[in-house]
Design a protein around this ligand. Sequence first.
Ligand SMILES: Nc1ncnc2c1ncn2[C@@H]1O[C@H](COP(=O)(O)OP(=O)(O)OP(=O)(O)O)[C@@H](O)[C@H]1O
Ligand SMILES: Nc1nc2c(ncn2[C@@H]2O[C@H](COP(=O)(O)O)[C@@H](O)[C@H]2O)c(=O)[nH]1
Length: 402
Amino acid sequence: MGEAPAFIVDDLHGNFPNGLFLKSKSRETALNIGDRTYVIGATENESSGIIGIRVFDKSTCEWVIPTVLGTKPGPSKGQSAILLDEDRILVIKGNSTFDDCFWFLEINTAFVREQKVRLGKEVVAWSKGVVSEGDKPIVISGPSGVGKGTLISKLMQEFPSMFGFSVSHTTRAPRSNEQNGVHYHFTERSVMEKEIDDAKFLEFAAVHGNLYGTSVEAVDVVADKGKRCILDIDVQGARSMRASSLEAIFIFISPPSFEELEKRLCARGTETEEQIQKRLRNAKVELEQGNTPGLFDHILVNDDLVTCYENLKKLLGLNHGVETTQKSVPNLIHVPLEHSVARIDQKILINFGAPEQEKSSQNMFVLNLSSIKGGAPARTRGLSIYAAEQSRNGTTDSKMPS
Ligand SMILES: Nc1ncnc2c1ncn2[C@@H]1O[C@H](COP(=O)(O)OP(=O)(O)OP(=O)(O)O)[C@@H](O)[C@H]1O
Ligand SMILES: Nc1nc2c(ncn2[C@@H]2O[C@H](COP(=O)(O)O)[C@@H](O)[C@H]2O)c(=O)[nH]1
C-alpha cells in the first residue's frame, strides 16, 4: 500500500475555501453547472429508490429527462452529490458499503459528448467507482490460431485470484467444448445488434463473418471482483479499445510463420476447411495491422509456448511465478444514510454524521480521486480511501482503516 497523503483534519472545522458540505438525507440534490441544474435523486416512482436524473435548462426554462447510459446504481435510500469538475459529479449512496457507494455521474466527458452526437439528445452516463490500485486491463490480440486463448488460460491457471477473463458476446455457434457464460455469451445477432444500439458494448466487430463484442458488464464483473481484466479480442476490437476510455495494456501475439499459423488452426480441428481459409485470409490483414504504430504496446512471438508464456509473465511483472497478495481494500465499511461530504482539491472528506456534529476523526474518511482512470461506460478505477486521523501532537496524520 502506498503512503496515504496527509489530510488536515483541523481544516474541516473552519470554512471550506473550495469544498462544501452536502447532506444525504434529502432524496434530491441539485447542482448548478453553467446554465443547467442537475437534479439527482428525482424519480417518478419514489418507492423504487432508483436515482433519477432531471436537468433544468435555465436558458430555455425547460426540464429535460436525459437518456441515462452506463451501469446504473441500484436503489438508494438517499445520496449526497458533489461536483468534481464540469464533466462529472460524484454521487455517494448512503446506507451502503464502500464497494457500492461511489458513483460518478458523467455529464460532459468524451463518452457522453460522443453519445450526445450519436443519439442526438441529452445524455448522462453512470460509472461506478472502484476502490482499487487500478491495474490496467490487458488486451491480448492477434490472428486466429496464434495461441491467445492458450496463453490466457495458462495465466488464469497460474494466477487465479489475480486475473479475470472478460467473457465476450458472439453470434457464432458454440464449439463442443465451449460453455455459455464461460467461454462466450452466445447470442442471437438481432439481440446483440439491439444491445449495441443501447450502448451496452465497449467495442464490437464483425470477425470471420460473426459479431463479437466486449460488453461493459463483462469488464465490470471482473473489476468488481478486484481482479485484473484480460480481454481476448481481434485487431479491430483492439483499435476501438485504444480509442475508448478504457486504459489498457495492448499486447499483440504473432506467429513464428504463416505456415505454422495454418498448421495450428488445422490441428485445432474446430473449423471447417472453408472457415480456416477465411481465418487465414483475415490473418494476413491482422498481421500487417499488428505493426500499426501506437496500436500495440508489446509484440510477442509465440514460437515455443513455454518461452512465449515466460515472456508474457515478464512483461506483466510476474516472472517470479508467485501470486502477489491482493492489496486490502476497506470495502466493508458502511456509509450511513446521513453523512456529509466536503471537497478539497482531489480529496473528498466523508463525515459519518451531520456536519453540525462534533467531528470525530474516527468517523471521517478521505476519498482520494487524484489517480482515477477509466470512466463510463465502464468503471472508474483507481479510487483510494483511508481514515483521516489527527495525531496527539496536533499534526496531520492519516491511516488506512483496518
Ligand atoms: N506455441 C505453440 N506451439 C504449438 N501450438 C500451439 C502454441 N500455442 C498454441 N498452440 C495451439 O494452437 C492452437 C490454437 O491456439 P488457440 O486456440 O489458443 O489460438 P487463439 O489465438 O486463441 O485462436 P482464436 O483467435 O481462433 O480463438 C491450439 O490447438 C493450441 O493448443
Ligand atoms: N473485437 C472482438 N473480437 C473478439 C472478441 N472476442 C473474441 N474475439 C476475437 O474473435 C476471433 C475469433 O475467435 P473464436 O473464438 O471464434 O476463435 C479471435 O481473434 C478473438 O480474439 C470480442 O469481444 N471483440
